[in-house]
Design a protein around this ligand. Structure first.
Ligand SMILES: Nc1ncnc2c1ncn2[C@@H]1O[C@H](COP(=O)(O)OP(=O)(O)OP(=O)(O)O)[C@@H](O)[C@H]1O
Ligand SMILES: [Mg+2]
Length: 343
């Protein structure tokens, strides 16, 4: 027990483009959309997380909602720090001056050194005294219970809001990976574009996401198809609100180009895998995590393309934060954790 241990607060944070989750003492204590609402007159934070999301796309001139992350990295520093602080505050009061705050925070594997430094700086600003970074696919692998330290290859694909991370992991390291900025947010905007082209209908980001979740699909013939969904938008020609029904197969068409790009990246990783590890992956298959893993038929589509078994992890939205929580308990052991000295 160190001098500080009595006063140590330890947090694992999955700072995602779409959702931010925090684990404390092995429990998920925060699970909120990554968004803040700011009063433009006073510059004060009005709301974070779900409350701010309810205001999204419904704001007026004095109120603005900001999603501080884009493509997996911090795009608006002030907003990101305000959001992280707001979310940590949700856990409850902490005695700031007596508490040693220790954080493990995950980052996309394609991040630059400058972007890494920005994450450390944001952690400093919320008073973290000990900060470690972990790559998202490594956290996802740990989170779904894989033995990342073993001399065995495991392939993980984490499809989030901002990035799709494809990695092969063995012996505590990432052997080969691709991080592409095509993920849930792009799928959502594909749906917005499709609605415009097909129906002359303008729908907001939230409605498009609703379509994706309610009837989203990666293939045009699903074994258990969902019922079509009725959605409202604004007619681009008359300017009047109008309702249309959307079928799952239309979403598959809308997402096809983006999913092709994800497949190309997966094939690239498979080509780069050394043969011994390739045979492990052939035996064990591919694991899917992140919110994008919930897209209907994605496992079937990827399995057809790669000729490998593709499995959707249990609780895919929480895999990364769970893994970050496991890493937090082993900061003196896991060699893949990065602190400022590694930069
Ligand atoms: N049932 C579903 N079907 C399809 N997509 C879904 C479903 N549920 C959630 N999503 C999408 O998953 C994405 C969020 O996933 P996740 O929380 O893993 O991302 P993130 O960790 O915030 O992003 P990133 O890791 O890229 O920074 C969103 O784009 C959301 O629309
Ligand atoms: Mg994520």
């Amino acid at each position: 027990m160190g001098l500080f241990s009595f006063f140590t607060q330890e947090l694992a944070i999955d700072l995602g483009t779409a959702n931010t989750l925090i684990i404390q003492d092995g429990k998920v204590v925060v699970e909120e959309p990554s968004i803040v609402a700011i009063n433009l007159l006073t510059k004060e934070v009005v709301a974070v997380g779900h409350k701010a999301m309810q205001m999204h796309e419904k704001t007026h001139q004095n109120l603005k909602t900001i999603r501080p992350l884009k493509d997996g990295v911090i795009a608006d520093f002030q907003a990101a720090e305000a959001m992280i602080q707001g979310l940590i505050n949700m856990i409850g009061e902490r005695k700031k001056f007596f508490t040693h705050l220790k954080i493990v925070i995950c980052i996309p594997s394609g991040i630059t050194e400058v972007e890494k430094r920005a994450v450390f700086d944001s952690a400093d600003h919320v008073d973290s005294k000990e900060t470690y970074l972990i790559y998202e696919p490594m956290a996802a692998a740990l989170g779904i219970g894989l033995d990342v330290e073993a001399p065995e290859g495991n392939m993980i694909i984490d499809i989030g809001g901002g990035t799709t991370e494809i990695a092969v992991i063995a012996l505590s390291g990432i052997v080969t990976d691709q991080s592409i900025r095509i993920a849930g947010d792009v799928f959502t905007s594909d749906i917005v574009d499709y609605m415009k082209k097909k129906y002359n209908l303008l729908v907001g980001e939230r409605t498009a996401e609703q379509i994706k979740i309610a009837v989203g699909s990666a293939i045009t013939e699903l074994p258990n198809p969902p019922e079509p969904i009725a959605i409202n938008g604004r007619d681009l020609i008359t300017g009047i609100p109008r309702q249309v029904e959307v079928k799952y197969s239309e979403v598959a068409v809308a997402l096809d180009d983006s999913l092709n790009k994800v497949e190309t990246a997966i094939l690239k990783v498979l080509e780069d895998v050394p043969p011994e590890l390739a045979s492990d992956i052939y035996k064990r298959g591919i694991y899917l995590t992140g919110g994008g893993a919930l897209l209907r038929g994605l496992d079937i589509r990827l399995s057809r393309k790669t000729k490998l078994d593709v499995r959707v992890a249990d609780d895919p939205l929480r895999a990364v934060v769970k893994g970050s929580g496991i890493a937090l308990k082993g900061t003196n052991r896991y060699t893949f954790l990065m602190d400022r000295k590694n930069l």
